[in-house]
Design a protein around this ligand. Structure first.
Ligand code: SF4
Ligand code: SF4
Ligand code: SF4
Length: 301
């Protein structure tokens, strides 16, 4: 086991949404995409971004006094935010919990130790570990070491990924993953570029290549009315999945706005007006379209 460190947003135990049984989700920091609805915008850059929760702030000034960069109290003023290096000194200084670090550096051994505390739950439920983010493949070396250690422990391993990675580099890691959740956020390359910052070409090519070479893939669509939740896009997605996966399976994940507060706490703008959660009727109709195309609808919720 090496001492290389990964940048982790969070380890979340007792999850039942991202694979079989009871799972621990390892949220990696860093993502090459910039989805405008992202629920974890603190994970965009891979660096420690400080949340400033102004409703808790009593303006005592301890953070400003501790800051080596001369950042003032209002970290969400763009000029102040631009000076911040994410060193975390103000988080230690604040007694009101009004500032929070978002990234923790952990070795593979430290993550494995946390997973070991959950073995009883994994064994009793058929669960294991799920790598998520951010985008877990944005730290390929750390991910490879962690996956290798967990594989040697016999842990069930799942991965949630945007699919935007260098396949040749990642293949040995993916070979050790039991269940792969891959997103298709839009079938139209230009709309994909507009809403996520990258084209879908690499993602679709990776899904097509993996779909031919392995089983255990579920295609997920974060379903957002106004963006990708129209019948045409869902049908096109299902046709692609049917054509390229040996065991074609899809799961629609209805959009939620849980990340909205974090945008405020990072001084970022959230475009709430662009997005709408699908109704139960709309979801049923979209799931019927998927099944009509010969793709199995699955649910890990
Ligand atoms: S130390 Fe905390 S409570 Fe005091 S001004 Fe800074 S953010 Fe506000
Ligand atoms: S994280 Fe460091 S640089 Fe950023 S505001 Fe806090 S003390 Fe200043
Ligand atoms: S791929 Fe996921 S983590 Fe990355 S920006 Fe999009 S929603 Fe956020």
């Amino acid at each position: 086991m090496t001492a290389s460190k990964g940048r982790i947003l969070q380890l979340q135990n007792y999850s039942v949404n991202d694979g079989d049984g009871v799972r621990t989700i390892v949220f990696f920091a860093g993502c090459p995409l910039r989805c405008r609805w992202c629920a974890n915008p603190e994970g965009y850059t891979g660096q420690n971004n400080i949340l400033y929760i102004s409703s808790r702030c009593i303006c005592c000034g301890r953070c400003a006094a501790a800051c080596p960069e001369g950042v003032g109290i209002d970290l969400n003023d763009p000029a102040e935010r631009a000076k911040c290096t994410g060193c975390g000194a103000c988080v230690d200084a604040c007694l009101e919990n009004a500032r929070k670090n978002t990234v923790t550096e952990m070795t593979v051994g430290e993550v494995i130790k946390k997973l070991e505390t959950q073995m009883l739950f994994f064994r009793n439920s058929g669960g294991g570990v799920t790598y998520s983010g951010g985008e877990c493949t944005s730290q390929p070396e750390f991910l490879a070491e962690l996956v290798s250690e967990a594989y040697d422990m016999g842990l069930n391993q799942a991965m949630e990924t945007s699919g935007y990675f260098e396949l040749t580099e990642l293949q040995p890691t993916l070979d050790r993953i039991d269940l792969l959740f891959m997103d298709i956020k839009h079938m139209d390359p230009e709309k994909h570029l507009h809403f996520t910052g990258v084209s879908n070409e690499r993602i679709l090519a990776n899904i097509a290549a993996l779909g031919q070479s392995r089983e255990g893939i579920v295609i997920r669509v974060p379903t957002i009315m106004g963006i990708n939740g129209d019948d045409g896009n869902i049908r096109a997605t299902a046709r692609f999945v049917k054509r390229h996966l040996r065991d074609p399976r899809m799961e629609l994940l209805p959009y939620h706005s849980y990340g909205e507060d974090k945008y405020r706490q990072l001084g970022m703008t959230y475009e709430a007006d662009l997005f709408r959660t699908p109704t139960a009727d709309e979801l049923s109709r979209l799931n019927a379209i998927i099944e009509d195309e010969g793709v199995r609808v699955v649910s890990y919720k």
